[in-house]
Design a protein around this ligand. Structure first.
Ligand code: AMP
Ligand code: MG
Length: 391
């Protein structure tokens, strides 16, 4: 059995990258940016008014001024502001030549028709300088992160209507187990419903990858290897659940070896999810995940998702939120790194929820996050900061 850190390093060093593709920027949300985005213009493109008001010379702030024209956003000023004059200007409009100050409408008074006076106290110019936000040719977005709505705004502003993103990793999903029936069926006798396959599909999709479900492999070599071969042909990564422990019908390790894959590890000191098997082939990776739904959930979040992210070129670190623990915590053994479901209290503390072990997925359904308890640590005092991962 190897430690989580060793397993994580081995796994991350085996990553191969998906290629790149161009997409229209409006389809880029949730994808991973794979090439820098540069601005094709200055922003603002000219000195711009930040307020509705009057553009004048700063030296004229004490005087009555003649209003030359009104400059709305979208129209260039036609007149030069000279001593004793000003132009009425709207937010976002270009500053007229000769003006170096804009006083706000709210701080003005019409002394007579066509004449205006500043009634406030002189301070900021209320002028946004040309190119103060971006300059032409500037890299406005660097590659290596998921694209969020604010990135779409920057792309729009920069005129980047086509952007380069990483291809989505393709992930095949196989459930194993003679006891499994699909969720639409009524289990009879010794049967239970397949929850792992569908959970994994949702996790894969949430991770920005493309998931394909291959169904339930029966606990025999033929059925398992037929589905594995099909999934390996069409995908970069294959996720199997179940069949990796020491039971008589746990045939996944044998099937993986017969497929000619290289097994890097088959046991990790993690709880839940000790019997995690990780293998690679030529630009292929296979994860043999444990059978219990909580193990599947946690192993995906902790191991598979970072792997898929790195495949797609994500360079950002996995976020870690530190929160105080809402209560004392202890465990009888500390030989593995543990993950415990928690809710966030209204004082922003992490409170463990009732949790009976790795089959208890309904406990995770009510959780806000999972906390990490490092190997070797059996006791945490209330109020101590713990690392939380939102789920
Ligand atoms: P296994 O590792 O195959 O022995 O499975 C461990 C436990 O997880 C057993 O109780 C299985 O019934 C259960 N299990 C395995 N696969 C699934 C699945 N796809 N959905 C729900 N439970 C499963
Ligand atoms: Mg099984």
């Amino acid at each position: 059995m190897i430690t989580f850190e060793e397993a994580y390093t081995i796994m991350m060093e085996s990553v191969f990258h998906t290629g790149k593709e161009q997409v229209p920027f409006r389809e880029a949300s949730g994808r991973v940016l794979a090439a820098p985005v540069r601005s094709d213009m200055d922003m603002p493109p000219w000195d711009k008014s930040a307020v509705d008001g009057f553009a004048c010379h700063r030296d004229d702030l004490g005087s009555d001024l003649t209003v030359l024209e009104t400059v709305p956003a979208g129209v260039m000023p036609s007149m030069k502001v000279t001593p004793g004059t000003c132009s009425r200007i709207m937010t976002g409009a270009a500053i007229p030549e000769g003006a170096d100050y804009v006083f706000m409408l709210e701080e003005s008074e019409e002394s007579e028709v066509g004449r205006v006076r500043f009634t406030g106290k002189a301070g900021r110019t209320n002028i946004a300088r040309r190119a103060e936000d971006l300059y032409q040719g500037q890299t406005v977005l660097k590659p290596g992160h998921f694209i969020s709505p604010q990135h779409i705004a920057v792309m729009a502003m920069a005129g980047a209507t086509e952007v380069t993103v990483s291809k989505r990793p393709m992930v095949g999903i196989i459930s194993t187990g003679n006891e499994l029936v699909e969720p639409g069926e009524i289990p009879s006798g010794a049967q239970i419903r397949n929850s792992n396959g569908w959970q994994l599909l949702a996790q894969v999709e949430r991770a920005g990858a493309t998931g394909r479900y291959y169904g339930i492999a029966r606990d025999d070599i033929e059925s398992t290897s037929r589905l594995l071969q099909a999934a390996l042909t069409d995908n970069d990564v294959v996720l199997l659940s179940g069949g990796v422990s020491a039971g008589d019908f746990d045939l996944v390790p044998q099937v993986i070896k017969e497929a000619g894959l290289k097994v890097h590890f088959s046991q990790v000191a993690m709880q839940p999810g000790k019997p995690l098997t990780f293998c690679t082939g030529d630009r292929k990776a296979v994860f043999g995940l444990p059978g219990n739904p909580v193990s599947v959930f946690v192993q995906f979040e902790i191991m598979v998702r970072p792997f898929l992210n790195k495949m797609a070129g994500v360079t950002e670190k996995e976020p870690e939120i530190m929160m105080p623990l809402a209560t004392d915590y202890s465990r009888p053994r500390a030989d593995r790194r543990a993950y415990i479901p928690v809710i966030m209290t209204d004082r922003f503390e992490a409170m463990p929820v009732e949790y009976h072990g790795s089959a208890h997925i309904s406990s995770f359904a009510g959780a806000w996050g999972i906390i990490t308890i490092p190997k070797g640590q059996s006791w945490i005092q209330k109020g101590e900061p713990v690392s939380v991962r939102q789920i």
